[in-house]
Design a binder for this molecule. Structure first.
Ligand code: SF4
Length: 408
């Protein structure tokens, strides 16, 4: 988006604008639901182009990288398809120049007070169910100085919260420095003025660098929050998934995190209906979730992806049963989430106000990442809060996932 802006384009992200001359659909394509969402978006703009509302339709991103030829044959309304590493060619298609000096310059697609910071690209792990390494390539870490410079620019533009993302943030640094350096990166970002919250997503459990925990405990602007996708708990399935860990090792890691970072909120994600998952293995997951009491949790139905190792196994859990297993896990998690939330009633929490919708301010605590986690709701008719600012909110009521509060 920054490259286009410097080439004198007016660029808008997810806009309501109805007279765009060019539409670029940036696709996702790693599981069935993401592919469907991407294809629906392409078809919607294909229709707009047929009706003369759009001059040019471009498709880029992971789905396009993975299925360029098939998409080109099936959706002729699209003018050009590009893969994940084709930005210079995409710009050329639009008569714009790719300028290397602009790499790292950004136009935010988020509200201006928070930003995602991609610390590395690609993945070297062998997870059996995952197509991402084939789409995004080998793991490539960005250097600490480069990331600190980008974060400083974001802070100067008003960003207060950095959300660190990667396919595998645990691996950060190994390719570039010969050792894991997530802790050093966190220290460098934490030293920057103006950044109030830094949070870490996608920390692969195997090989997680424990020095990160000391930095997280010691630094006030590193959120006591960790997203640790465990995917499953049965040792047999973890081995088939090639996750390089076991139930016992995962439990030891979770205990160490909770011990070394008091008050930490752990988020995890799970997969239901992996090939061959028995009812007993599903029940093991349900029971484990009820014991581990994750503060935040999401679960997805297994998606049978070609060119993955798991594709050789029969996708033998019916779709309806996968959905039922997801619901069974979430039923347990809802109870955990409600009781954790109820324990917060009467407490005052530091809340970042993200938005105002109708008569309600919507904010988050340091234990909540944007889009995926809980919210704190404040009646906007009785209080005046600044969007993008922090406020002390006293919790007055708790729902399963959200908290209700008033300014303290
Ligand atoms: S670590 Fe994540 S991105 Fe990498 S192969 Fe495993 S699931 Fe896929």
């Amino acid at each position: 988006m920054a490259q286009l802006r410097e080439n004198r384009f007016t660029v808008e992200h997810e806009t309501d604008c109805t007279d765009a001359s060019v539409v670029i659909v940036n696709t996702c394509g790693f599981i069935e639901a993401a592919k469907k969402e991407s294809i629906d978006a392409i078809l919607r703009f294909g229709e707009a182009k047929k009706r003369g509302l759009v001059d040019k339709l471009i498709v880029t991103g992971c789905l396009s990288e993975r299925y360029k030829a098939e998409l080109a044959a099936d959706i002729p309304e699209v003018d050009a398809f590009f893969g994940t590493k084709d930005l210079p060619a995409l710009l050329k298609e639009l008569g714009a120049d790719f300028r290397r000096e602009l790499v790292g310059e950004r136009l935010l697609a988020t509200p201006r007070h928070y930003a995602y910071l991609k610390i590395s690209e690609g993945c070297d792990r062998p997870c059996s169910f995952c197509a991402i390494p084939r789409i995004r390539g080998r793991h490539v870490s960005r250097s600490i100085p480069e990331l600190a410079a980008e974060a400083a620019r974001l802070a100067a533009g008003g960003v207060r919260e950095l959300v660190l993302i990667a396919q595998d943030s645990t691996y950060y640094g190994l390719d570039l420095y010969g050792k894991r350096r997530l802790a050093d990166l966190l220290k460098a970002l934490s030293d920057l003025p103006g950044i109030d919250w830094i949070r870490v997503h996608y920390a692969f459990p195997a090989g997680f660098p424990r020095d990160v925990l000391d930095v997280m405990r010691a630094r006030a602007n590193i959120c006591k929050y960790l997203d640790l996708p465990v995917q499953h708990v049965s040792d047999r399935i973890l081995a088939s998934m090639r996750r390089g860990t076991t139930r016992a090792k995962t439990e030891a890691l979770i205990a160490a995190i909770r011990d070394r970072v008091p008050g930490v909120a752990l988020r995890t994600t799970l997969i239901a209906g992996y090939p061959g998952e028995t009812r007993a293995e599903h029940e093991e997951m349900v029971d484990w979730v009820s014991r581990m009491r994750f503060e935040r949790l999401g679960i997805f139905s297994y998606s049978h992806e070609e060119n993955t190792r798991a594709y050789r196994l029969p996708d033998d859990v019916p779709a309806r049963e996968k959905k039922r297993r997801c619901e069974a896990v979430m039923a347990v998690q809802r109870g955990i989430s409600l009781s954790l939330n109820q324990a917060k009633v009467g407490k005052t929490l530091k809340v970042l106000i993200d938005a105002k919708e109708g008569g309600t301010f919507i904010g988050r605590t340091e234990h909540d990442s944007p889009e995926v986690d809980n919210e704190v709701l404040v009646d906007a008719r009785r209080s005046s809060l600044r969007i993008g600012g922090f406020a002390d909110i006293k919790v007055t009521a708790a729902e399963e996932y959200d908290l209700i509060g008033v300014p303290a």
